[in-house]
Every structure is written in structure tokens, then in C-alpha cells.
Design a protein around this ligand. Sequence first.
Ligand code: SUG
Length: 433
Amino acid sequence: MTRARETNFDGLVGPTHNYAGLSFGNLASGRHRGLPSSPRAAALQGIAKMRLLSTLDIPQAVLPPQPRPYGPVLASLGFEGPLPDAVKRMAADAPELLALVYSASAMWAANAATVSPSADTGDGRVHLSVANLVSNTHRSIEASRTAAVLRTVFADRRYFAVHDPLPATPAFGDEGAANHMRLTAAHGEPGTEVFVYGSTAGSVAPAGFPRRQTLLASQAVARRHQLRPGRVRFWHQQGASVDAGAFHNDVVAVANENVLLYHAEAFATADLATLDDIVAIGVDGARVSLADAVQSYLFNSQLVTVAEGSMAIIAPVEVRENDATRREVDRILADRSNPIDAVHFVDLRQSMSNGGGPACLRLRVAMTDDEMAALGGRVVLDSSLFDELERWVQRHYRTELTLEDLTDPQLALESHAALAELYGLLELGEAPA
Ligand code: SUG
């Protein structure tokens, strides 16, 4: 049996984290539009979650925030020249574009890429497909920088293949690992990869919320990753769950090794019976309504293996505050027919207010020791890097940010100065302008 461990690569929250209500169909994003954010608290909450995983002896790594505001996008929209200047002109001529070029949305690393570990792929390498995120403009501009960072960290072609985003058209809308689950006996064993899509290309646009992931995109990713036929499933996400606010599958389902925890109304088609040896924990709508699932983000918990045959749920504190989901967690823990026997609650309120829970913030990569050793940069966390990151946040981040502040050219300079220093800390080379 090949031994592999799963590393969580978390997106570090950037210094321009704000609430602009940009994501239609993401209820939390809409509800918090215009409220002040705290970039500093957001980043520290994310780091605290990473520390918790580390103390559970689960390998933890970090991905840097992206340069924001992003000069190349400003320039392509007609605001060329040095950043503070370009920002000033944008604030005067097209203030509605500021939130797009300042968005810190790359923090939700589950949307960075889809990952297939080497045990599943035809050429025995780890494959990563960068997501195009075409459903939202502020997210689509992440793709090129995501590709660059992943190509720095997963640079060794003997072990890793990083694929460009799919064609950036609605027909190939791809949101990465948020719509992908892997079921396997153990991280190092071959698994079955489940791709969950919201629409088949060519279908008539629904009246409800956007279906961000298409079947065509999921099929293309599976092909590129050279997954074995018979070891791939494509499940249709129930439209009603998208319309209830589950804009990604990871708002209604989560898998880890042989366990699948899902809301009974998550899937329109799911051939669960064809998956051998899995522990499927379906949560009935009578116990937890879709509304409670979306409000609490129960299914956006991380499900992690802490020891052989023992798993823990890393849940947002909102799950504890909601009677239905708290009871459901107690029920799951008490049920000895599944390996989940612990829960840890984490305060990620800053990210949650934009619709991003524990699982949104991380990209999972199962790797063998040799693959781990081949990683580029200094992105795997140890206690020293944790301390350095916290100090870096304290030095550079504002405690409060409003949409009005995005017009302040000083913020652009601060944000880029912070990134330049971070690239040094993480040994990622020169920071992008
Ligand atoms: O794409 N929110 C993100 C949240 C992503 C959550 N990820 C997963 N479920 N995996 C989104 O909707 C809000 C930004 C704003 O409104 O300012 C935002 O982009």
C-alpha cells in the first residue's frame, strides 16, 4: 500500500478583504454587502484554523493572497500607469469596478484548482487543473495568478502536472475542488473521484441562482487528469439546493477517505450504491433543512483523518449556534457506525460573512513523502512560520476596511508592500506587481 498524507493548502486572507456583495447566489455575500470588514481579524482567524490542523498533526500549507488591486486588470480596463494613480482614476471614472480589482476572494483555495492525487492518474503524477471561475468577474481574475503560484509550488514535473484553466466561457464554467470529492480506503490508495455539476452546457439558464459548474468542464478535467474509467462519477447537484444558496457542492456535502457526509437534497443523480465500502451519512431535510445547512455551513466543515479509523469534523462556530446542526453533529459523534468521533469549532466569522467556511479556505492535496519533499517554496507550516505569518499580519493589515476605503490609493501601496514581504517569507521569488 502506498502511503500518502493529505496536506491542506489554505488561502491566506489578503489585506483588502472586504464585503462588496459581489456573488449573486451566495446569500452571505449579499447580506453583508457594504458592512465594514476586518482584514486583520480575517487573516488571524484563518491562521488560527491552520494552527488547529497542525496541532492535530495534519500537514498544513499556505498559499499567498493575490496582488490587489491587480494592475494588469486595471490596465486592461483602461486604467494604465502606476497603481496609486490608476486607482485614483478608477475611483473617479468607474468606482463600481474598484471592488472587482480589490477582491481578496483568492482566499477560498477550494476554488483554486481540482486536484487528483498520483494514485488515481494514468501517469502516476499529481494533477492540478486551475479553475477558470468564469461565473463571477472578481473571481475569474484569480485564474492566471493561481496558475503562476501553483506552478511555483508544484514545479517539479516528475511529480506534478499543473493544467491551465479550461476555456473561459460559460460552457466550461469550472470552480475547482469545491465541486469535487474523492472516496478511497486511504489517501494513498486509488480512489473514485466524484465531480458534481450544476448544469449541462446548452441547458436553458434557470430562473434561480447561477449553476457555476458545468458537466462539460468536469468531464474535461477528469480526462486531463487521466482518471481511470469506472473510477469517475458525475453527479448532478439538485437545482433546489443551488437556489437555496448552495452555490458549490461543498456547501451540501463533504467527503474524506471512505466517508461521505451529505445533505439528502444535495444531489439530483447520485449512484451511491455503486461505490463499494463507503460510509454514507445522509442528513435528512427533516433534521437539518437546506436553509439551516446553508446558514450554518455544516457541510462546509473539514472532515479529517486524525488517526487510523478516527476522523474529526472542523466546523464553523455557526454550527454550534444553530440548534438543528448542533444536534446533528452530536448524533453523528454518538453513532458508532461511522469513524467520526470528534468535533472542533472554529471562528471564521470574517470569511463566513462572505460565504466561505472551513472547507472553502483549503485545497486538499494528498501526497506521498517523495511528492511532499518535491514542493517548491517555503509553504508548509511549522511553528516558526506560523509566528512569522502572524507578525506579518499584525504589521501590515488594517483592523477595519469599508468600501469607501477602496478609493484610497494608500491602500493599494500597503497591500503590495505586504505581498512583497510575504513572497520573501514564503520563498516564492519576486512578488507580482
Ligand atoms: O465565490 N465569495 C466566494 C465564496 C467562495 C466559497 N467557496 C467554496 N464554497 N468553496 C464566492 O461566492 C464574495 C465576495 C464579495 O462579495 O465581496 C465571494 O466571492
